[in-house]
Structures are given as C-alpha cells and as structure tokens.
Design a protein around this ligand. Structure first.
Ligand SMILES: [Zn+2]
Ligand SMILES: [Zn+2]
Length: 162
C-alpha cells in the first residue's frame, strides 16, 4: 500500500475550508509509535496561537503533520477513513462536528467494529480502563456488564431511555 498515493487521492476530495487549498503543499505524513492509542493525529507546526490567527485571516497554515498508527497498514479501509478524518482537521475543521463526520463519511466511510481487529482491540483496551464497568436501569433495576464505549440509550431489559 502506498500511503502517499492515498494521500494524493484524498486531498482533492476534501471540502473547501479555510486551509483546504494549502493541503497538497503543506501536509506531510509520519507514523505514530506502535503503543500510541490514537489511530491518527494532526499537528499544526506553527502552534496554536498562530493557527488561530491564520485561520481568522485565511492565511497559509504552514507545515501540517499528520500521524497515522503503523498498524493501519494492515487495514487499508480504516487507514483511508482515518486519513480522511485528519485531512478534514487539517483543512481547518478543528472540532469533531457533524460537518466533519459527514465529510469524512463521503470521502472514505468508516469501518464497522466487527470488521476491524484493530478497532476491536482498542475497544477492549478502553473497556479495561473505563471507570464505569456496568450500567444500571433506574426504572427496572436491571444491571448489565458494560460492552460498549458509549452509554447505551435504552435499558436492555425494559427498553426505557436511560
Ligand atoms: Zn479527530
Ligand atoms: Zn430497565
């Protein structure tokens, strides 16, 4: 898999945002450490204060580094999805807004957890460290062991919203 090639293919699909037109010049890729718990990250080398200023004035953002987890080489679909996500950040969408997620899904849809050994391992890691180990329904009193990262919307027994 040629990651630079995937990068070149994804950049033209990034929606127009404040930094989009600088992406092809400014983005360089790096690999995260093997024990990093992130799939990807985006770093603006100019620092935060400067970034805020350049965003406001629509100036060249300077060098942008996108780091990817090396294990993504084993999961090309997840790599594309992660890289698309980071590219939208790099284009100037800094928070995890609906806009960001919609744009990512159009460019490179996510991978379901059941199809990704890497996501499954990350979920297991997360559950091991999570403070809340079980959920309890205040309506019927049913209690069950946590198996998901997000809080369930409804009780698994009586289906009342939690
Ligand atoms: Zn993100
Ligand atoms: Zn219940």
């Amino acid at each position: 898999m040629d990651v630079e090639e995937i990068l070149a293919e994804l950049i033209p699909q990034v929606p127009r945002n404040v930094f989009t037109r600088w992406l092809s010049e400014r983005v360089s890729l790096t690999w995260l450490d093997h024990d990093d718990d992130r799939l990807g990250m985006t770093r603006f080398e100019e620092g935060n204060t400067e970034l805020v200023r350049r965003r406001r004035l629509s100036l060249d953002p300077g060098e942008i580094t996108i780091g990817l987890h090396p294990r993504l080489l084993e999961e090309p679909e997840l790599l594309r999805h992660t890289l698309a996500h980071e590219l939208i950040h790099a284009s100037g969408v800094l928070n995890h807004s609906k806009e960001l997620h919609n744009a990512v899904d159009q460019i490179a849809p996510g991978v379901s957890i059941s199809n990704s050994p890497m996501l499954q391992e990350m979920r297991e890691q997360f559950l091991k460290q999570a403070r809340v180990k079980s959920w309890r329904c205040s309506n019927c009193g049913y209690e069950w062991k946590r198996a998901t990262m997000a809080k369930p919307l409804r009780c698994h027994k009586c289906a009342r919203p939690l």
